[in-house]
Structures are given as C-alpha cells and as structure tokens.
Design a binder for this molecule. Sequence first.
Ligand code: KIV
Ligand code: ZN
Length: 511
Amino acid sequence: MKDKLIIFDTTLRDGEQSPGASMTKDEKLRIAKALEKMRVDIIEAGFPIASPGDFEAVKAVAELVTESTVCGLARALDKDIDRAAEALKPANSSRIHTFLATSPIHMREKLRMEPDQVVEQAVHAVKRARNYTDNVEFSPEDAGRSEFEFLCRVIEATIDAGATTINIPDTVGYNLPQFFGELIGNLIENIPNSDKAVFSVHCHNDLGLAVGNSLAAVINGARQVECTINGLGERAGNAALEEVVMTVRTRRDIFSCDTELDTTQIMHCSRLVSTITGFPVQPNKAIVGANAFAHESGIHQDGVLKSRETYEIMRAEDVGWNANRMVLGKHSGRNAFRSRLEELGIKFEKEEDLNAAFARFKDLADKKHEIFDDDLQALVSDTLQEGADEWIKLVSIKASIETGEKPKAEITLSINGEEKRACAEGGGPVDATFKAIESMIESGCDLQLYSVNNITTGTDSQGEVTVRIDKDGRIVNGLGADTDIVTASAKAYISALNKVFSESERAHPQV
Ligand code: KIV
Ligand code: ZN
C-alpha cells in the first residue's frame, strides 16, 4: 500500500498573484469545479482579506465545492484569520492557511521583529485559527533561507499550538533539490512532534527548480505538495501540478506514495487556466505543451509506430490529450448545448446568460462546422465577460486592408451607455483598431503583450487574443475570441480596459 501524496492546488491564490492573471469570481468558480473534478485534495481559493472581491470569490468557491477541501490564506494576524474563517463558513471541508516569515532577512527587514516575537505571533495565529477549524496549516515563509535551528523551534511550537500541516516554502526559489530534500528529511527527523503534522512543500521556480525541489522533498518524507496548473504563480511561478503528479505516477519505482488525482482531467484544466488567465502554454512544456507527445524525427516516429514505449514514457490519453471531442454542430439544440456545458462543469446562474451563450454558439456554428470543447470554453468566457457590468462595449467594427492602401478601422463603442464612433489608420488592421479605440477612451495604458492563438486547428478556428496592458503599475490581461482575429483583438483590448479601470486596490499577502 502506497502512502497518499496530498495535492494542494494554489492556482486561484498564488497563481493569481502573477501580474495580469487576476480572475473574476465566475472564472474562479469554473477553475475550482475543474480542479474538484480532477480530485485535487485541497483548493486554495484565495486570500479573503485582500479585497471584498477576493472574499466573495473564496466564499463562492466554498459554497460550490463539496468534494475537495477549500482553503483560505491569512497572514498571522487576527483580522486575516477571522476574515478567512468567515469566507470559508459555507465549506463542506475547510482549511485556514496562516503564515509568517522566519528567515533572518524577512524578520529583520520586512517584519522588523525579533525571533522570539515571531514564534509568539505564529503560535497565537495557529491557536486563533484552531478556534474555527481543526484543519490548520502553518507556513514559515522563506523557510528555504531560514536558519535550521530556528525553523525547528517555530515548527515545534506551531504543531504544539495545533497546526496539522506544516508547509515549507522556498519562497524565492533559491534552493537546490539535493539540499532541499535533505532539509525536509532533517526537519522531520529532528522535530520531536513532527509525527503530529503532515509536512508539505511550496516551491517557487526562480531557478527552474520548483518541480525538482518538490519531488526531492517528497522522496524525503513530504506528503503534501503545493502546486499550480501550468506552473502559474508569483514571478517565475510555482511547481507545475501536472509535472509533479505525472512524475510520481510514472516513476512508481522511485516514489513510495501516489496521488488520487484523475490525471485524464489535466489537459482540460491546463487549457481552462490558460484561456482564463491569457497565459499561453509554451509548445515544449512538459505534459501539457502542444509538442509534449509529438514526434518529429523519422527515427522516433518509426520507433513509436512499432512500439510506443520506445520513445514514450506516458500515454497521451492518460493526461487527457485527445479528449477535446467534437461535441456539437449547427443542428445541436439548446438542451444538448446546456448538458455539454454541464459536463464541462459550467452552469450559468442566470437563464439569460445561457440564452446569450446559445445565441453565440449558433452564430459560431454557422461559421465553423465542428465545435470543440475548447470553443465552448472560449465562448463562455466571452459571454460572461460581456454580460458583466462593463462600461465599454463593442457595438460594431469594420476593418479593411487593401494592397497599396493604409489599413483602416472604424469602431463603434458604447461607453457608459452612450454610443461613440471613431476611425483610424494603422500599420495593420489590429493596430488601426486599437488606435480607434484609444482615440475614444484615451486610457494612456501601455500595451505590454499582444498574442494570438488558434483555439482549435483549421483556418475556420476561432482566434483567441490576449492583450496585457499596464496602467500606472496595475497590470491586467484581456481576452477575446472570434473567428475573425481583428474582432477578437478589439474584444480583448476592450476587456482589458474594462478590467484596468474597475479593479479595486487589493492587498498582496507578502507585502
Ligand atoms: O511563497 C510563499 O512563501 C507563499 C506563502 C504564503 C506560502 O506563497
Ligand atoms: Zn508562494
């Protein structure tokens, strides 16, 4: 019998800390549902004290998810812990995750606290969280740069205070697998009450070692890994869930533990997170990249045809490749549409949103014969975005190109309910479109990223455009999908503008 390796997904919390990856409540709910379906053990849904929107999102996830434990992050402060507990009240099973830095540099420069005070505050925080739930996780932040003796002292005290999970974060991604593995083994061996808690790790990827460090920790006794879909997260990101899970599963000969995940859901989760956040997955990314199972060289192709194991160590279908079924077409009815969405974990709260999505679906089916799951995901994102209270809406667009002429765009927007029209010329039709929009909005934003991806294959595929803009240091992504990429670009730019002006200030947990 193998031990269980607990998978703690923090896509909705640490993942959301990536600049531009902030998600709406509805988007978080869709991801949470997909994670639950994949049988993730714990979903860290957010940082409830950060803003009223974050609080509502954690609460909504707690209401929706019944199979996974829902977790909320809290600094080691009473107000944070009380707020997290309040957001988690509706959950079937909940966890409070509280943290305080223990490295010399963080204690001295950031917290301006003495080590004794840090121990006292950490113990107090764990006790306070235990008043609400018996499932409490404590993280000594920047453990990867903390002094071993002090780390042992804080951990022993917090386990005594009632922490049931001790999470060791390599907050700045500074560690190397061999030493990080040894650190975990030594902590478990030297802390007298270590058997009273599950040891967990949370590794950042600044040196590209997050997965390696996490796995070394598992080999040395960690039984929970904190990770994110596609490795999303603060700076260079966190350990990628799909890589951790598939390594443990594929190298059963090495690991004495395994997860209970339904790995066939991995591709779906990866695409969903990428669509919602606008962070594309690089083609050569392990497990979920477009080339992860593609064989280019003739020798490899020949080998795989004779016996798959010659060049493949995993089966593509085990991680959900090929599951992007052609589901619906022009003649599909509203009920078939609704039930396929439900199978994908998408349920509209309002009937009018379902109707709007169905109208779009019919529209799309006229232009494109086969509608795949990924088309449906993009269509739903678009519908929810437009249904939201947005002050800028696209009314119509006309763009033209002609050899020897300057590309032009003519755009009509509804701005706070009032229609405005503008024309502009540009280097190409997209450039002209953005210039026309900007001439009406005058946002003064910096365009940081513009990218187009095809959602499925074929020239009739929808193009999905991601636009990232920066307004006085606030960075947001906007997404738009359409079979016409100029329209998709206009939608993406408008979605980013709506977000950048509506997002309220949020507290960052680690600042
Ligand atoms: O990276 C980190 O240290 C964190 C903690 C809050 C666990 O995200
Ligand atoms: Zn982190």
